[in-house]
Design a protein around this ligand. Structure first.
Ligand SMILES: Nc1ncnc2c1ncn2[C@@H]1O[C@H](COP(=O)(O)OP(=O)(O)OP(=O)(O)O)[C@@H](O)[C@H]1O
Ligand SMILES: [Mg+2]
Length: 351
């Protein structure tokens, strides 16, 4: 007789800190009838976003381990106690009222992820959406500077379930950054596991309330931190930021591969090309393609992704970021580029 407990413990729940489905009390029944096995899984809600993923993982685990069965059926039932996180870990209840968690990522540093994330958050808020932004870049948080909220000291609230951080509100957006917890100028040098949990805390231990969008400004790269992060936080999709230079291609490819990895399997909403062309302040109609033309478009075609938007390279975008008054707060073509991107993302997600 196959050891079903052992086999089903191989199936980890990506939204519950990778705890296995047996530990989470999701396995309701395993019934064997000749060459047929039926596994019944309990889910807390009828339309749990991870249903398909977990059903597929259970089927695969049984088929892989038990060639003796020729039919493997996985049934689902609603059970409000199934999949509840154990008390000691961070659960996902703080983001249960967030409609879309979107990671802003890129394989490469310095391409403008934080600039795009901050301006996109403000643009979405200007369109009337409820928006939060978590700065998950534990090595170089930039949200406090870009929003001129450096001095803020987020409050802690306590209740029966634990301690929660209250996000900082400014420009119609809720902000949370590891930068609020470091003394100014003090570099944050943390090793892997610590960096990982701090990053999850910035999302899962924050009182976000109801949000249409929670953007996550991811640290550059595609390392362990990223993988563990996308597995533990119920990220709904990713936006990949790139520049038009062909040298960025390999890095973008790594990012795309990471999200498309079958163990992660998060949809990529598309690419944003930053620094698409240079426009001098005194000649606002002129476009100089100093990093090459259509790099982002070609890259999007190559990976079968949509090019969601193009952002020009403009001195004001950097200056406004440094001054804490992001460009998306203003009017004019630069601000419009972020608003157009925001409209496209909202439209794509049907919000
Ligand atoms: N479209 C733009 N026009 C002008 N300057 C820009 C633009 N996008 C980004 N910058 C500037 O480029 C620098 C890097 O941008 P940013 O910090 O957003 O990149 P990043 O990808 O988040 O970097 P890191 O990998 O370090 O997190 C900043 O000084 C920023 O102001
Ligand atoms: Mg950044």
């Amino acid at each position: 007789m196959a050891d079903f407990e052992k086999i089903l413990r191989e199936v980890k729940h990506p939204g519950r800190g990778d705890r296995d489905i047996v530990a989470l009390g999701m396995v309701k029944d395993v019934a064997v009838d000749g060459a047929k096995v039926t596994v019944t899984l309990g889910f807390p809600k009828r339309r749990d976003p991870l249903t398909e993923y977990l059903v597929g993982s259970v089927r695969a685990a049984v088929i892989r381990n038990c060639p003796e069965f020729d039919t493997v059926e996985v049934k689902t039932v609603v059970d409000e106690n199934a999949g509840k996180p154990e008390k000691e870990g961070l659960g996902t209840e703080m983001v249960d009222n967030v409609k879309h968690i979107i990671g802003i990522a890129s394989g490469k540093g310095g391409v403008g992820k934080s600039t795009v994330a901050v301006n996109l958050a403000i643009a979405l808020a200007r369109l009337g959406y409820k928006v939060g932004l978590a700065d998950a870049d534990v090595y170089g948080p930039s949200i406090p500077t870009m929003t001129a909220t450096e001095g803020e000291n987020p409050m802690m609230e306590k209740d029966d379930a634990g301690e929660w951080l209250v996000p900082v509100e400014k420009y119609g957006v809720k902000w949370m950054s590891i930068g609020y917890f470091a003394e100014r100028g003090q570099a944050l040098i943390w090793r892997g596991p610590m960096a990982c949990s701090a990053l999850k805390q910035m999302i899962l231990q924050v009182k976000w309330g109801e949000l249409d969008f929670l953007l996550v400004d991811m640290p550059p790269g595609t390392g362990d931190i990223h993988i563990s992060f996308v597995q533990d936080v119920p990220v709904g999709g990713a936006v990949i930021v790139t520049t038009p230079q062909t040298v960025a291609l390999a890095d973008v490819e790594k990012s795309v591969d990471m999200f498309r990895n079958p163990n992660i399997g998060k949809p990529i909403l598309g690419l944003v090309e930053n620094m698409s062309w240079f426009t001098p302040a005194e000649l606002p109609e002129n476009k100089y393609y100093i990093f090459g033309r259509d790099g982002g478009k070609k890259m999007a075609e190559r990976f079968g992704l949509e090019l969601l938007g193009q952002i020009p390279l403009v001195q004001g975008i950097r200056e406004n970021g440094d001054n804490g008054e992001p460009t998306a707060l203003g009017t004019g073509p630069d601000s419009e580029a972020f608003l157009a991107l925001a409209r496209r993302i909202a439209e794509k997600l049907g919000v």
